[in-house]
Design a protein around this ligand. Structure first.
Ligand code: PAF
Length: 283
């Protein structure tokens, strides 16, 4: 366990450190985050350390991916405790850029990915994936890391990142990592801290209903019927609104797919003010 994790805040310092490691023949894995770290993020650090010599976590609350200014203002900022968790997880560096380092005056470039960013969270949160793709492409190019680690909980985000990294020929390997869940099935998320004890008790109903629908569809039940039954179960459990609950093909997130193709169920639903998302494979 390290005593503390070194922090850099400028592209020049980040590149100097990565340059030293590369010159010594060491490989580098990147874990992009917006902080408020939980065990899911720390599992990405562990995955990075198992593939690469060095692990860099990034912490930047990216204004470009929030469509609601209040949501951006209220996003938890917990740099000190995040740094302590990263030290404990043996990360080698924390990159916390200043907003002006990331988006200096005059910044006018936007990375837009079509296809996989349509619908699901891309439909509900206008401009969100442009913001994610723009900041992640900058993080990849600023760091020159060899690999980057993304959780499958944000599956659409993962597809967006894989798409632009391939399309823009960025020399980085994208590593998808399994969703980390509490024992009752709830996917770990920084948003879970907003749930009251009553809401926390209801929350696993989302994943329960999704896995039941996935098993039903894999067993031959009509897709629409299985998804309708899942929606009914989620609302009956106490969720107040479902943003979307859909089955999509894994490769390109197309809504049209045949039963032999790898597919997933995707959902976003509100428990009070808190919007939770999850996904699970069919079959
Ligand atoms: O998943 C997140 O925390 C963010 O979307 C990411 C990938 C760090 C980009 O800001």
């Amino acid at each position: 366990m390290s005593a503390s994790v070194p922090i850099v805040r400028t592209v020049a310092d980040l590149r100097a450190q990565v340059g030293e490691w590369h010159a010594a023949g060491q490989t580098v894995g990147l874990i992009p985050t917006m902080g408020a770290l939980h065990a899911g993020h720390l599992s990405l650090v562990a995955a990075a350390l198992s593939h690469y010599d060095r692990a860099i976590a990034t912490l930047f609350v990216n204004p470009k991916q929030f469509n609601d200014p209040a949501d951006y203002a209220n996003y938890p900022r917990t740099e000190e405790s995040d740094a302590a968790k990263l030290a404990e997880a043996d990360a080698h560096l924390l990159y916390c850029p200043y907003p002006a380092e990331m988006y200096p005056d005059g910044f006018s470039t936007n990375v837009t990915v079509s296809g996989v960013s349509a619908g699901l969270c891309g439909g509900a949160r206008a401009g969100h994936f442009d913001g994610v793709a723009t900041v992640c492409s900058k993080l990849f190019l600023q760091s020159g890391a060899d690999g980057a680690f993304f959780g499958e909980k944000d599956y659409q985000q993962l597809k967006v990142v894989q798409r632009f990294a391939a399309d823009l020929d960025i020399p980085i390997t994208i590593h998808p990592c399994a969703t980390v869940r509490d024992p009752d099935g709830l996917a770990l998320s920084s948003r879970n801290q907003h749930l009251s004890p009553e809401q926390r008790a209801i929350a696993p109903a989302l994943y329960r209903a999704m896995t039941a629908a996935a098993a039903d569809i894999a067993g031959g039940r009509d897709r629409d019927q299985a998804l309708e039954a899942a929606k009914t179960a989620i609302l009956a459990a106490g969720y107040n609104r479902i943003d979307y609950l859909e089955a999509r093909r894994e490769t390109d997130l197309n809504i049209e797919f045949s039963s032999g193709e790898p597919a997933r169920i995707f959902a976003a639903a509100f428990l009070g003010e808190t919007r939770l998302i999850d996904n699970t494979p069919i079959g």
